[in-house]
Design a protein around this ligand. Structure first.
Ligand SMILES: Cc1cc2nc3c(=O)[nH]c(=O)nc-3n(C[C@H](O)[C@H](O)[C@H](O)COP(=O)(O)OP(=O)(O)OC[C@H]3O[C@@H](n4cnc5c(N)ncnc54)[C@H](O)[C@@H]3O)c2cc1C
Ligand code: SF4
Length: 496
């Protein structure tokens, strides 16, 4: 039986769910890692050995020159440090907040190996990028306009990184985004305590300052716009769709109203203007073992749930959440229980979930097997955090090659369909991290740029004029879209 909220409920017990569980909501999602002040940053920067062949740099998926930016901070030049960071990772501000540095750069830091105390690279990165963003300066200028146009679908980290890099080269980018706001999971998914003070929106605004990027929100591929139209209307297409679909548990009781999708709930609380109005259960069971499971568990606990248990089907070593994240959840009062495979959700007479029964598991010869024992936990709300999947609706009959339910791409992030690149969570083989999505967007942008520059050269000024003239021709696509323009017809997205 559970140590904390064992199941002794009856069919006529109502689930205990209500708003206003806290007396005071101020600082409920206070910054997890408050920023360093100037003195702290200088002291921390001084700890760096400025290693030759720095392992931290290799461990960073975007290969930021970490010793270089730390040296710039140490030399009193945080603006220069920010430029070093942003030239490799334009979302360096968000990555400084959300990267699991304990498994990336800081794990690789030689001071971690030597003394178990790495240079706090993430916080130094935040110090530099915050400094620059507060100054209101955008550190890059756009190359002369090329007349080439690119459609980016999805305004998440992958799409934004791709769009910024292309705009910087002088190409004109239109981002089509299904949601009302840009930012992707930075805006709708990242835990509130990692991204405070509306940072996702501020960073988006900062990125767009490069110029040449238009975001069309409320435009979903497969519904409001079609892939074929993008392919013929633009010189190249980048898909940064993320993973919009949710996995199912496939157990009885799963469709009860208080069995919830963790990602959807996080989006609601990220967008909530009044946290006290959110309905929070007393006893919570979160199912999953990754970052999303940790994030929902901590946020719901902070919103006043009394008992929060995170149940994972395998043993703790197999959890995707890092040891640091597991410890963080425990510090916040979340109980982590491993080796529990959900078997059935028990409902009351009104059809509400009131408990969940698990089969206890163990690993035998590499296989997960049920031991025969079961455990039932009382639950007023059950959150599923068991992974996302690609909602491939928009891909229609494009014939795009897939792998494991995600889009297959080559080393340049090209899909199997000519003229279409993809990156971020929607592609196969990725790490499902913000920083990895940025890198995908960057790689795709380099490849798209090379492709575009091999196309017949745009005549200066002429292309812009054609684009402007044709904007009115494609009302079904969006009010600013270029139609198929003659100078690129032979070089449309189909031709790469
Ligand atoms: C709850 C949660 C917490 C996370 N926390 C962290 C963390 O702390 N650190 C970390 O590194 N990573 C974290 N991640 C992972 C990280 O957020 C993702 O890896 C990253 O956001 C992926 O970027 P993306 O651009 O590929 O996709 P997304 O950020 O998902 O963006 C995709 C965008 O495409 C749009 N879109 C989708 N379909 C269509 C369509 N048909 N037409 C038009 N637009 C469309 C979506 O609305 C969205 O805006 C977390 C993920 C989740 C779910
Ligand atoms: S590994 Fe650590 S000490 Fe070496 S350059 Fe990177 S941050 Fe500095």
């Amino acid at each position: 039986m559970s140590d904390q909220h064992s199941h002794d409920r009856h069919n006529n017990t109502a689930a205990d769910i209500r708003p206003n569980r806290l007396d005071n909501y101020q600082d409920v999602f206070a910054d997890l890692h408050p920023p360093l002040d100037k003195h702290e940053a200088l002291v921390e920067a001084d700890r760096c050995y400025f290693c030759y062949d720095a392992p931290c740099m290799t461990a960073c998926p975007t290969h930021i020159d970490i010793p270089q930016f730390i040296r710039q901070i140490a030399g009193g030049n945080p603006q220069g440090a920010a430029r070093t960071i942003l030239s490799e990772n334009i979302l360096g501000g968000m990555c400084a907040r959300v990267c699991p540095t304990e498994t990336l750069c800081e794990e690789a830091c030689v001071r971690e190996a030597a003394e178990g105390k790495p240079v706090r690279i993430g916080l130094l990165q935040r110090h530099a990028t915050d400094h620059l963003m507060e100054s209101g300066v955008h550190p890059f200028t756009r190359a002369p306009v090329t007349g080439k146009s690119v459609a980016v679908v999805g305004a998440g980290p992958a799409g934004l990184a791709c769009a910024h890099a292309l705009a910087r080269e002088g190409h004109t980018v239109t981002i089509f985004e299904a949601r009302p706001k840009g930012g992707g999971l930075n805006e709708y998914g990242i835990a509130s305590y990692k991204s405070v003070d509306n940072f996702a929106a501020r960073e988006l605004e900062f990125i767009l300052k490069i110029g040449g990027i238009t975001i069309e929100t409320g435009k979903a591929l497969g519904k409001d716009i079609q892939l074929d139209a993008l392919r013929s209307g633009y010189d190249a297409v980048f898909l940064g769709l993320g993973l919009g679909g949710t996995n199912r548990l496939h157990i009885a009781g799963e469709d009860a109203e208080n069995v919830l999708d963790a990602v959807r709930t996080i989006a609601e609380l990220r967008q909530s203007s009044d946290l006290s109005r959110l309905n929070i259960g007393k006893n919570i069971v979160v199912i999953g073992g990754g970052m999303t499971a940790i994030d929902i568990a901590i946020q719901i606990k902070r919103l006043g749930a009394e008992n929060v248990t995170l149940a994972y089907r395998r043993d703790r070593e197999h959890m995707n959440a890092s040891l640091y994240e597991q410890q963080l959840a425990q510090t916040e009062g979340v109980v982590i229980r491993d080796c529990l495979q959900p078997e059935e959700i028990l409902l009351n007479d009104q059809g509400q979930a009131i408990a969940i029964r698990f089969a206890q598991t163990e690993q035998r010869e590499g296989k997960l097997v049920a031991t025969g024992a079961t455990l039932t936990l009382a639950a007023d709300q059950i959150y599923k955090a068991i992974g996302q999947k690609l909602d491939g609706q928009g891909l229609g009959a494009s014939g795009m090659e897939m792998s494991g339910g995600r889009i297959k791409v080559d080393t340049e992030n090209r899909t199997s369909v000519k003229g279409i690149w993809a990156g971020g969570d929607c592609v196969a083989g990725g790490q499902d991290l913000t920083v990895a999505s940025v890198q995908d967007g960057k790689i795709a942008a380099q490849s798209i740029h090379q492709h575009l520059m091999q196309l017949p050269e745009a005549v200066s000024g002429f292309a812009e004029a054609v684009l402007a003239a044709n904007r009115k021709d494609l009302p079904s696509l969006h009010p600013h879209a270029p139609s198929v323009h003659n100078h690129t017809t032979s070089s449309s997205a189909k031709d790469h």
